[in-house]
Design a protein around this ligand. Structure first.
Ligand SMILES: C[S@@+](CC[C@H](N)C(=O)[O-])C[C@H]1O[C@@H](n2cnc3c(N)ncnc32)[C@H](O)[C@@H]1O
Length: 202
């Protein structure tokens, strides 16, 4: 992957260098742990974490025996992930650059979407949806954590369910019932809830 600066209007790299990263939860995401318990993240599955940043889920899932790929624009975040993997004796694939340009050799079983969709400029969302369709095998799962935020602007940009239904249309995605989404308040982003739900690629 190559870096395409126009893919972001936000200086992510410098935020990592300055350690100014309020989106980080400082713990494993409880929604991810619930999916783990529900059998959504089986050892051996191929999973990609777009915009993985420094999130601990990457090394955790690698340690649980999943075939994990983490992708990010930030060299500093990926250096952190490399160190965390080495410290734990785990392996994962790390891709530096614009993940929207990523075209894998083999499809993924799962995409773990944690504060990436809400981080990219909304005009790029359609590109992301198209990429997700290409990444996932038919029947593959998008483990989505849709950030809820009423105020305009971002990042984070709000991912209201109505807008998500438009972005992930029913002809390409099988949706759970809206009532089945589970709300996980974010501990540092003023408690904004992330709605957890699994969308299945048709
Ligand atoms: C809000 S942070 C979330 C990081 C991580 N998922 C977490 O929960 O801690 C968004 C991440 O997406 C990365 N990012 C933004 N645009 C990107 C792009 N086009 N390709 C790859 N990574 C990108 C940023 O560098 C940053 O690490």
């Amino acid at each position: 992957m190559t870096e395409e600066p126009e893919r972001t209007s936000f200086d992510w790299e410098n935020r990592f260098v300055a350690d100014d990263t309020p989106w980080e939860r400082q713990e494993l995401h409880p929604g991810m742990l619930a999916w783990m318990r529900a059998g959504e993240l089986e050892p051996g599955s191929r999973v990609i974490i777009p915009g993985c940043g420094r999130s601990p889920e990457l090394a955790f899932l690698a340690g649980c025996g999943l075939d994990v790929t983490g992708a990010d624009l930030s060299a500093t975040a990926l250096a952190f992930q490399r160190q965390a993997l080495e410290a734990g004796g785990h392996e994962a694939t790390l891709l530096e650059g614009d993940v929207l340009a990523h075209r894998p050799d083999a499809p993924y079983d799962r995409v773990y979407e944690q504060t990436f969709l809400c981080a990219i400029p909304p005009r790029l969302r359609v590109d992301y949806e198209r990429a997700l369709c290409e990444w996932l095998k038919p029947g593959g799962h998008l483990l989505a954590l849709f950030m809820q935020k009423d105020v305009p602007g971002g990042p984070p940009y709000g991912c209201a369910l109505d807008a998500m239904h438009e972005l992930f249309p029913a002809e390409r995605w099988i949706w759970p019932d809206d009532e089945d989404f589970v709300a996980w308040p974010h501990p540092s982003l003023k408690g904004k809830p992330e709605l957890a739900g699994v969308l299945v690629r048709r």
